[in-house]
Ligand binder design. Sequence first.
Ligand code: OGA
Ligand code: MN
Length: 276
Amino acid sequence: MTTFSITPVTPTIGAEFGNIDLRDTLSDETMADLERAFLQWKVLFFRDQDIEIEDQKRLGSWFGELDIHPTTPKDRKNPEALRIAENEEVRAHNNLWHSDVCFRLEPPLGSILRGIEIPPTGGDTLWANMEAAYAGLNDDIKERIDGAYAVNAWPVTWIDLAMRKEGVTDREAFRRDNPDPEHPVVRTHPQTGNKSLYVNTAFTRRIVGMDQAESDELLALLFRQAAIPEYQVRLRWQKNTIAFWDNRCTQHYAVADFFPQRRVMERITICGDRPA
Ligand code: OGA
Ligand code: MN
């Protein structure tokens, strides 16, 4: 018998999944319900989950193979666990609207992030519903981006980290093996068939086949869509809050307002397929 609850946080994005203990082995029925809620609400929140990394991995594994971030050293004990520890010295770098790891050809399906150490105030995260953001564009713009592709670039500093991980010293060779991918500007969700806007401020550099000025102007307009409050949900974290988002149809933004307080998070990432 399933006793969990689903409480929407906004009308279109974000729902709290209650009465569930992620330390339990969940039935296929519960997992199917959880997946349905995930596809509908795009980001699920779970509170008071005093779990181990193995529990976080088990939840992720139900959805697919677990990803190892390109900057994580291979020889680490739990390489699937990505720690995000921010303080006065190591500033947040996620305070830009983005979709995770879209500088790879096959970006993640989703990520599961747990609050380990949360500042007393500040350090919220926002997600934007990029299906609503696409739907909100006027028809002229939709026509201009229909069938278009954009280049999503590897951040320069992350190339060095990824090279160190792979033991690669030749930067040009790495760039040849890991070219900046072109992804569709509007992608179709592989499970729901819904269209969403798939360009973001952090990684998208230019639209293929346009001159830079035209591309810059159009991208600036498209980037603004994620910043519209009507498409967003905002999470106030507590220790052991978990957020599980669909990386294919949302973007997120970590608010960097809590320094000199510390904030520590841990992420598990699920492999996804090539955007189409
Ligand atoms: C991430 C990320 C946001 C946050 O884990 O991909 O962007 O609030 N984190 O820490
Ligand atoms: Mn992110």
